[in-house]
Ligand binder design. Structure first.
Ligand code: ZN
Ligand code: ZN
Length: 508
């Protein structure tokens, strides 16, 4: 980002401040399945705006609402078949499929709350089922019931759809089958709503006790008013013409007499080559998987560096290394850095890319530290180094393409027999040079000079180095690679490689 452009979060903050100095930012998700990094865009976007507003002197809070009272839509692939009997029930009222948490919603919500903590996102967490059960929605439901014709008329106008006869903004929870999706309102009086259910049951719901829920397009504007929400990021699907933000705006203004929140529509995160990230479609990387590989601030940076209206192509392979490098090189005054940085995070100057090489050379953590010391790195912060080494190992195991993986051979590889006389000569010279102290860059440059001396294209000298050590024709950047290994080991190996094959014509 050019230095003279204003960061998108500051553009939003400036706009929002025109509306006042006190703000509540809302964000949320329906915890109906594993929450993936695509879902993270909403909370990180919200938190970036919270930080920006705070920097501009606003009084701002972030509110995280879990839509725990939404019904289970279908039996997702990750659910046992007998969950068919729960389809249509609110997810807060369904047992945890793994049996470890209080209910279904909590099971998928907890890992996300843990991830938010690691990402440094402080929020007031509210569960929608609790709001309904406490009666927080009671007034809003009553207003909606009294105005159901006016609401239906506005929904029809904005969406262009014909509303069904006897439409009601309220879906009672059936007292017999516990479903929220099969009931129809037959009348209401005060806080009581009569209904009949497709299961045959007829009953009366108390709107102040959670025995029902507003339909989504009314629930959203009702919630804005109940929680005093003034700013809200949401997926662009809600922002289309006639979408739920448009209907919400009409209902908020004309039914609830409430100014709708400042909207921040955002694009999706696409997983490289696989499209939009979605748990139900199996196209997703979980937040935990990602936090095993990159520091939380880099994950924040992935989102803060891009304007919300642009989609993010995420590729956890080599481009992830580039993302890590980019973050490491950021100036501390860079706004994306300020909006991503976590005061609690530990950092090391060891480039991630270099760590990926080192963990493939070292046999244990002590050797990692020893290798770094040899390469001239500050090794005082063992905690930060250990974290980066673990991240690098996890990346190699989960996402690294095979081209970056290598193994230093314990013995001279057979392929070394095919080295040309020039290649052997170059290795012989390099072996002698290992007696001196080298920095990675200087040694890398020296390889070019040696190539010139022996009259070979440098690429054949690099090839000889990789063949002698790895048995392959390519490998990690040679200067870094060689300074990461023990000089004695290299000297002996290169001497051996430079004489291999000669024996054959001695005895013939
Ligand atoms: Zn659980
Ligand atoms: Zn029923």
């Amino acid at each position: 980002m050019a230095e003279n452009t204003v960061h998108w979060a500051d553009v939003v903050a400036n706009d929002v401040l025109n509306r006042g100095n006190r703000h509540v930012i809302a964000t949320g998700v329906t915890p109906s399945g594993p929450i993936h990094i695509g879902n993270m865009r909403e909370v990180v976007t919200a938190d970036a705006v919270r930080r920006a507003l705070k920097d501009h002197g606003a009084d701002v809070r972030l509110h995280y609402i879990a839509d725990s009272y939404d019904p289970l839509r279908k039996v997702y692939p990750f659910l046992p078949e007998d969950y068919a009997s729960h389809v249509g029930k609110p997810i807060s009222e369904i047992p945890d499929p793994d049996g470890c948490c209080a209910n279904y919603a909590e099971h998928f919500l907890q890992p996300f709350l843990n991830a938010m903590e690691k990402l440094g996102i402080e929020t007031d967490v509210t569960r929608a089922d609790q709001m309904y059960k406490r009666g927080d929605y009671a007034d809003a439901i009553q207003t909606a019931l009294i105005n159901e014709d006016r609401i239906a008329q506005r929904l029809a106008e904005v969406t262009g759809r014909t509303m069904p006869q006897n439409w009601s903004p309220f879906n009672p929870l059936c007292g017999q089958c516990d479903r929220i999706t099969m009931t129809a309102v037959t009348g209401y009086h005060g806080k009581r709503v009569d209904y009949k259910c497709q299961c045959g049951y007829q009953g009366t719901a108390d709107i102040s006790k959670g025995s029902g829920k507003l339909t989504w397009r009314v629930d959203w504007p009702a919630r804005w008013k109940i929680l005093n929400i003034t700013v809200e990021p949401f997926g662009k699907d809600h922002a289309v013409a006639g979408g739920s933000y448009d209907t919400g705006t009409r209902i908020a203004k004309e039914i609830y007499d409430y100014e709708p929140p400042y909207p921040i529509p955002f694009e999706h995160i696409f997983l490289k080559g696989q499209g939009k990230m979605s748990s139900s479609a199996g196209v997703a990387i979980s937040i935990q998987e990602m936090l095993d590989v990159v520091p939380p601030e880099v994950l924040r940076y992935l989102i803060t560096r891009t304007k919300p209206e642009k989609h993010i192509d995420f590729d956890p392979g080599i481009p992830l290394l580039n993302l890590m490098d980019e973050y490491d090189k950021l100036n501390e005054a860079d706004r994306s850095y300020e909006l991503s940085h976590l005061p609690s995070s530990v950092s090391t100057k060891v480039p991630f890319r270099h760590m990926v090489t080192i963990v493939q050379i070292a046999r244990n953590f002590d050797q990692v530290v020893e290798t770094l010391r040899r390469s001239g790195y500050d090794i005082d912060d063992a905690g930060a180094i250990e974290q980066r080494a673990k991240n690098a190992e996890n990346w190699l195991n989960k996402f690294a393409p095979s081209v970056v993986k290598f193994k230093v051979r314990e013995k001279l590889p057979h392929a070394a027999k095919k080295l040309s006389p020039q290649q052997k000569k170059a290795l012989n010279i390099l072996a002698d040079e290992m007696g001196r102290e080298w920095t990675a860059d200087a040694l890398h440059a020296e390889i070019y000079r040696i190539a010139e001396r022996v009259g070979a294209d440098p690429k054949y000298v690099f090839e000889a180095i990789y063949i002698a050590l790895l048995g392959t024709s390519s490998g990690p950047r040679a200067g870094w690679f060689l300074t990461s290994l023990s000089p004695n080991f290299i000297r002996e190996r290169f001497k051996e490689a430079s004489t291999t094959g000669n024996i054959r014509w001695c005895i013939s």
